[in-house]
Design a binder for this molecule. Structure first.
Ligand SMILES: C=C(CC[C@@H](C)[C@H]1CC[C@H]2C3=CC[C@H]4[C@H](C)[C@@H](O)CC[C@]4(C)[C@H]3CC[C@]12C)C(C)C
Ligand code: SAM
Length: 357
């Protein structure tokens, strides 16, 4: 009897421990995506490993990509592979923000998003465009803050579904709409938006000019556009092997066809016809380091690696998810080094206006 009681107690404790590790701890951000629900987005479970291999061979040497026209398809594959892990381990906003003393990550993220919409000077009744909207974290914050109608576009069908679910849950589906499409050829009429923003998304375009040209086309004259761009800073040296290694690491782990220099951003905006009102690296002091959150997550990453490996072994998560998770772990290292060396910023802000005439 005593042995049975001991056995039962041990079983309950072990079961509770596993539940806590996977479902409570495993859901790092408590945002509705549990470790046990990790998937390969729109890719069927048995194809996740192969798709990851294809992705990896395509972006291994991004500067040498021969067919820029294939980039959106591979970016789509990338987001099938990473969207659930991002939501599980980061939250619904797929971007960085400066750390702010005394503020949580969630509060700092929200302020970074609201800062963007404040610059657009829009309000209720206006229609604004979110270029590369992810699962809509920024869209919901921006709709709630400004009262504007927000239309988001993403290349990834799986994200469209996730964003719509979150919009309904947040009670914001009357203000927020999501469409699947390519931001290089948007399914919107000329002059149809009162404002536009992109948060850490246009870095996926092989040529910035192509996406900025499209944004210019769909804006009304006088409308504003704000973007947070991933770029190398003036500190980056292409003849420094360490700098080059960091940048390659960022490009491969984040589906980038080639990072641009900070000074190309305003130049390109002007080239397509915008007036440039402001440009600023929001990563610079007094703003706190955006990479602090990545560094603080190291223990959580190890725990996540264990959770993902166990779930894959049990056949609950697709096999390839372990490789995808490892890739993200490596890119987190490269991003952190990019921040610490000062050669890279994910928040080079540009504010533009489409001239009235
Ligand atoms: C703008 C882009 C994405 C930016 C960030 C949202 C993501 C960049 C790197 C991602 C992550 C790295 C490590 C992962 C960790 C190993 C895992 O356990 C939990 C999720 C991570 C923290 C993940 C979360 C999202 C990022 C920070 C790009 C693609 C243009
Ligand atoms: C890093 S996520 C940022 C998402 C969102 N802005 C946020 O901050 O949460 C980049 C987004 O750009 C989208 N994207 C990349 N290339 C695209 C393309 N060619 N057309 C449309 N969306 C694209 C991805 O699908 C993804 O939603």
């Amino acid at each position: 009897m005593e042995t049975l009681t001991l056995f039962m107690t041990a079983a309950v404790i072990a079961g509770g421990g596993i539940y806590w590790f996977v479902c409570v701890l495993g859901s790092a951000e408590q945002k509705g995506k549990r470790a046990a629900d990790l998937s390969g987005g729109s890719i069927s479970a048995e194809k996740v490993g192969d798709k990851y291999k294809q992705y990896w061979s395509f972006f291994l040497r991004p500067k040498e990509i021969e067919k820029p026209s294939q980039v959106p398809d591979f970016v789509d594959t990338f987001y099938n592979l990473v969207t659930d892990i991002y939501e599980w381990g980061w939250g619904q906003s797929f971007h960085f923000s400066p750390s702010l003393p005394g503020k949580s990550h969630a509060a700092a993220t929200r302020l970074h998003e609201e800062f963007a919409v404040d610059l657009l000077r829009v309000g209720p009744g206006n229609k604004i465009l979110d270029i590369g909207c992810g699962v809509g974290g920024p869209m919901r914050a921006i709709a709630a803050k400004s009262g504007s109608n927000v239309v988001g576009i993403t290349i990834n069908e799986y994200q469209v579904g996730r964003a719509r679910i979150h919009n309904v849950k947040a009670g914001l589906d009357s203000l927020c709409e999501v469409v699947r499409g390519d931001f290089l050829q948007m399914p919107f009429a000329d002059g149809s938006f009162d404002g536009a923003y992109s948060i850490e998304a246009t870095c996926h375009a092989p040529k910035l000019e192509d996406v900025y040209g499209e944004i210019y086309r769909v804006l009304k004259p006088g409308a504003m556009y704000v973007s947070y761009e991933w770029v190398t800073t003036g500190v980056y040296r292409s003849d420094d092997p360490e700098h080059v290694e960091i940048v390659h690491g960022i490009e491969r782990g984040d589906a980038l066809p080639g990072l641009r220099r900070f000074d190309e951003v305003a130049e390109t905006a002007r080239k397509v016809g915008f007036e440039v009102l402001q440009e600023k690296d929001l990563a610079r002091p007094p703003n706190g380091p955006w990479w602090a959150r990545l560094k603080m997550g190291r223990i959580a990453y190890w725990r996540n690696h264990v959770v993902v490996s166990v779930l894959a072994k049990l056949g609950i998560a697709p096999e390839g998810v372990v490789e995808v998770h490892d890739m993200l772990y490596k890119t987190a290292e490269h991003l952190t080094r990019g921040g610490e060396t000062g050669i890279f910023t994910p928040m080079y802000m540009i504010l533009c206006r489409k001239p009235v005439n």
